[in-house]
Design a protein around this ligand. Structure first.
Ligand code: NAD
Length: 290
């Protein structure tokens, strides 16, 4: 397939490289100067998108996605698929999909889970929203860039799944960190805490796969001075998207709101900026109850 790829950053770069490695003809564009193995570079988003079977975007946020869509949708061939893999608000995803459908395109919102490691290893999980026809057209590309793709429903359903998943992630990370901090103060050895919880009903991905305590469990950013990994500010971005969606849908999400407030404080007023989101553990360690 001829593929346009716009947004060749930490995630988009390796994803585009994997598509090229699998034999697709990939033309990329990024505002910043980049070099991606196997990917030809275009001078603009419109040039990267013109005449392609599929255009993939991997951009920082919904506002930028809308601006890029305004540029590339008129340049794309009718019947082409427009796959946005960025994490954006559900409203932007739906607005861009409507614009694409009106232009005769096949839109799919397909945010990912798996981080930079998953992007370079081709092991991402895609959660997709769009028509069955659109999903079928791009599913083979998800197989190259990832290990699993779930068609979640109509346009916006992929973003909805992503922010619900990440709201659980943020809440669970905080719960895991505050439990470790409490265990410390109760004199419980961290390894024993891990051994019990990781095989008991408190187990979770944050405990078992991404343990926030250094030297305990599998290797994680905690073992690397909390260098990201998944940065606290990206967690905050996703939590804010979840609360924006909850507000719009009139959903009661008190734990999601509490997690958003705590990550806001951590990133904006404490030492969370640039740290992995699991650095909540040293944050709790430093504090008492008041
Ligand atoms: P990034 O900042 O590394 O990459 C974004 C790229 O978009 C940059 O290279 C930037 O120059 C480019 N860009 C910005 N505006 C542009 C424009 N108008 N035209 C062309 N290029 C433009 O970010 P990332 O880590 O690759 O994340 C991309 C998306 O994936 C975000 O929505 C993020 O929330 C999501 N995501 C990231 C991770 C992660 O672990 N990094 C995990 C899952 C999802």
């Amino acid at each position: 397939m001829k593929i346009g790829f716009i947004g060749l950053g930490n995630m988009g770069g390796p994803m585009a490289a994997n598509l090229a490695k699998a034999g697709h003809e990939v033309t990329g564009f990024d505002m910043a100067p980049v070099e991606i193995e196997g990917v030809a570079l275009a001078a603009s988003g419109a040039e990267a998108a013109a005449g392609k079977d599929v255009v993939v975007t991997m951009l920082p946020n919904g506002q930028i996605l809308r601006a890029v869509a305004n540029e590339i949708v008129p340049a794309m061939d009718k019947g082409a698929a427009f796959v946005d893999c960025s994490t954006v608000d559900v409203e932007s995803a739906r607005a861009v999909a409507e614009q694409a459908v009106a232009a005769g395109l096949l839109p799919v919102d397909a945010p990912v889970s798996g981080g930079v490691g998953g992007a370079s290893g081709g092991t991402l999980t895609f959660m997709a929203g769009g028509s069955a026809e659109a999903f079928a057209k791009v599913d083979p590309l998800f197989d190259i860039m990832g290990q699993k793709a779930v068609h979640c429903g109509d346009s916006g359903a992929g973003q909805a799944a992503k922010i619900c998943n990440n709201m659980i992630l943020g809440i669970t990370m905080i719960g895991t960190c505050e439990a470790f901090a409490l265990a410390d103060k109760l004199g419980l050895d961290r390894q024993k805490m891990f051994d019990v919880v990781s095989t008991s009903s408190g187990y979770s991905w944050t405990m078992n796969a991404y343990c926030p305590a250094p030297g305990v469990g599998p290797a994680s950013p905690a073992d690397n001075d909390y260098q990201p990994g998944f940065a606290a500010e990206l967690m905050l971005k996703d939590l804010r998207l979840s609360q924006q969606a909850a507000e719009a849908a009139d959903a009661d999400t008190p734990m999601g709101q509490a997690a958003t407030d705590l990550y806001t404080q951590f990133v904006e007023n404490e030492d969370g900026l640039g740290m992995d989101f699991s650095a909540m553990l040293p944050r709790f360690e430093k504090r008492g109850r008041s």
